[in-house]
Design a protein around this ligand. Sequence first.
Ligand code: HEM
Length: 460
Amino acid sequence: MPATRKDADVPPPATRGLPYFGCVAALRRNPMEFFQRLAVRFGGITRVPLQAGRSLFLVSEPRLIKELLLDHRARFVKNTRYPAMQRLLGQGLLLSEGEAWRRQRLLTQPAFKPSELKRQVDWMSCYVARFLARWSVHARSGQALDAELEFLRLTQLLAGVLVVGPRFEAEAEEMFRISEAIKHAWPAPPRGILAGFRKPARERAVRLEQACGDLDRLVQHFIDQQRKGTAEEGGILGTLIAGSRKEGRPFSDQELRDQVVTLFFAGYETSAASMCWTHYLLATHPLVRDRLLREVDEQLGTRTPTGEDLERLSYLEQVLQESLRIYSPIHSLSRVATAECPVGGFKLPKDATAVVSLYATHRLPEHWPDPERFDPERFTPQACAARYSLAYIPFAVGHRNCIGGTLAMIEGKLILAQVAQRYLLDVAPGQRIEAMAATTMRPRHGMRMLVRARENQMGR
Ligand code: HEM
């Protein structure tokens, strides 16, 4: 029986853990699989004991996710208890709350309207085509491609130009260096109560601060340039400066910095992870790949795709959706209760941390039979209509949903289609594949892939 009830005023059922340490070890080993096991065993909601008497509450059942993220949304705030995340993103859209968040969202939202995004497709398509040309060297030499790094570079380029305009290109390499430095200095999950005082943690903190300092300087350079330029040339940054001036409350440099960094990091890392996993799935499911190639050949041939073309690539879209189910780049969401709150008929105390594991919910057998199977047929219009919509939330739901969801789908389709036009990617021999729960779901051992040019000459 799923853990939901209508008439109770009691805490949710709890899973057992070790004295004092609770379930910390299982969570560190593999939080995604741990949450999945709990979701299958307990259903709707479970209390998970952590270290020193603390707990979190895992909310898995889609109807309870609706209660948490939609019906009772006013009683929850984002979980901002991670100092490194605060340092990197500041008070941008992802972490801010209340009036500050509302104002930013209202001023940023127009840039993500479908009609506005349609205007961006042509330049994005050209950038993708230009970027993919560099893979022909790998196709000729047979040398494996580091697909994870390549997709990071490509999605950074697209996110950077979108956020600060074409001037990003001149700084793309520097931004890549900084973001890699941040990734490698990012705090590892604490290994005990003294973790923060140990040497590696201190060294990492120093390196993280250096990289964030470099980032601040680079973003300030973009802001200074844009303050001298026109709104048209400055991407979303230009729109934010112009929009906030028009309201009579111009954003400060700090506010602009936080917004630029948030949009950039939220935009590229997730999209890169999605591309990496989708190409892995295609490489390991030849029948799906053949069907996708046929659709791309029929609909596009060797033409650079336009916005209208993308709408016709329906099977490709299903492939992307199914990939986002199995490998959701954001594998979990976390909220903190500002007041006691009922969820599924159980009582969540004030200050409780509620976690939604997209990884677990996207694998609930009652919504996703044979959940590990990669099957794009799950996303035909008929199959989607027959399913409860909140069983699938790669971009979250509610007022704090992903502002870039539509953009991410456009970008993903552009990249998938143009890779398919030119190349076949296969997992390199000896490459170990394991999903790891970092800030996004990454391949723990990287993703080296072999590139073959297709017969149509595009990838030569
Ligand atoms: C496949 C790609 C993407 C996935 C899977 C994804 C997923 C998500 C999810 C699940 C959230 C909610 C996080 C939470 O509640 O804690 C979110 C929020 C957000 N995403 Fe995305 N995202 C993607 C691409 C993008 C892109 C391309 C952009 C912008 C360029 C973007 C910008 C944001 C921002 C700013 C937020 C915070 C919104 C707010 O709180 O108002 N994302 N994303």
